[in-house]
Design a protein around this ligand. Structure first.
Ligand SMILES: Nc1ncnc2c1ncn2[C@@H]1O[C@H](COP(=O)(O)OP(=O)(O)O)[C@@H](O)[C@H]1O
Ligand code: SF4
Ligand SMILES: [Mg+2]
Length: 321
């Protein structure tokens, strides 16, 4: 059975005014769906707009244009009670577990932040819920009275996960939740997120700057380049058959554990700098770094379209497919 769609993002734009006549187009016309219980990975180099996209989908930023439909309703048009309900349903896990936990608050109070804001539990029920959440993320109830500095990076990220889960959300934006952690801890946190998703029926937008860990957790993966979505496909398809020149370059940068394959394959080096998202030039944003670029590429923006079943690409090489 086809899964139901939970979130529909349609031509979403988020611009920031910078200086007098400059517009920074952090997210510039991005579209995707996320199905119930699914993980959509979102990857791309630092500064390409992943966090801005995640925050605009959560309603933490207003949208410059476009829509974010949650269960069919545009979240940027919500008011009052319905708006508050969305802030409960849609949570975030932050990139930096050191900066995102208030050092003066106990772990229990940090976890209960959402519970207190939404007035869900008080007294003993609140305490029991904190204990339950700590256990859910692999910590224990003695941890409730301690402070963030007493924990390792991996444990702090577990606290951040418990905080996000406290209000029983349906959807979580995981914004590079493992980037700041030791490699040895990364898989543990990813496996915890997968387990929680299965147990609680959660839907994730999982942001990462490289493609290696995203494959393991994502059902589908979207690749962003300078505010635009350049490719979107199932994880298997994207890794086995990347179509966009940028995705091909990103994938070729991941080491493969098999030394024979690793030695025989060629790396595509990304040349040139990431251009600025301030007043971007017309045409394909990847053109200055693309070895296949043709004249049309720097004049006309390629359309993001389905070139094979469930495989979307924005590139002039696929325009007539
Ligand atoms: N509040 C803001 N004001 C102005 N520019 C911003 C703001 N937030 C992000 N940006 C800019 O938007 C672009 C995308 O940033 P971000 O979404 O953080 O990218 P990523 O998460 O992919 O690293 C960057 O050029 C960044 O400098
Ligand atoms: S549209 Fe042109 S410049 Fe852009 S990725 Fe495709 S071939 Fe390269
Ligand atoms: Mg970011």
């Amino acid at each position: 059975m086809e899964k139901e769609i939970l979130i529909q993002v349609k031509n979403l734009k988020k611009y920031f005014k910078v200086g007098k006549n400059a517009t920074l187009k952090a997210v510039d016309g991005v579209s995707f769906n996320i199905k119930k219980g699914e993980t959509l990975g979102l990857v791309g180099e630092s500064g390409c707009g992943k966090t801005t996209c995640g925050r605009t989908v959560l309603g933490l930023y207003g949208a410059t244009d476009g829509e974010v439909l949650f269960e069919g309703t545009d979240i940027h048009k919500l008011k009052g009670k319905a708006k508050k309900e969305y802030t409960k349903n849609a949570q975030i896990i932050f990139q930096d577990p050191y900066a995102s936990l208030d050092p003066r608050m106990t772990v229990g109070d940090i976890i209960a932040e959402g519970i207190d804001i939404h007035g869900i539990y008080k007294g003993k029920e609140r305490t029991d819920r904190i204990y339950e959440l700590l256990q859910l993320v692999g910590l224990n109830k003695e941890h409730a009275s301690r402070f963030p500095h007493e924990f390792s990076g991996g444990q702090r990220q577990r606290i951040g996960i418990a905080r996000a889960l406290a209000v029983e959300p349906k959807f979580i934006v995981c914004d590079e939740p493992i980037s700041a952690l030791d490699v040895s801890i990364q898989a543990q946190v990813v496996n915890l997120l997968i387990k929680l998703q299965n147990d609680l029926g959660l839907t994730y937008l999982f942001i990462a700057h490289d493609l290696s860990m995203v494959k393991h957790i994502s059902d589908r993966v979207g690749v962003m380049y300078l505010g635009t979505m350049v490719e979107l496909a199932s994880s298997e398809n994207l890794y086995a058959k990347p179509l966009h020149p940028y995705t091909q370059a990103l994938l070729s940068a991941i080491p493969i554990p098999d030394p024979e394959i690793e030695q025989s394959r060629s790396r595509i080096m990304l040349e040139g700098d990431v251009p600025s998202p301030i007043n971007p030039k017309p045409g394909c944003r990847f053109a200055p770094r693309c070895k296949y670029a043709k004249p049309v590429c720097s004049e006309v923006s390629p359309v993001f379209k389905e070139v094979e079943k469930d495989h979307f690409v924005a590139c002039h090489l696929f325009e007539d497919k």
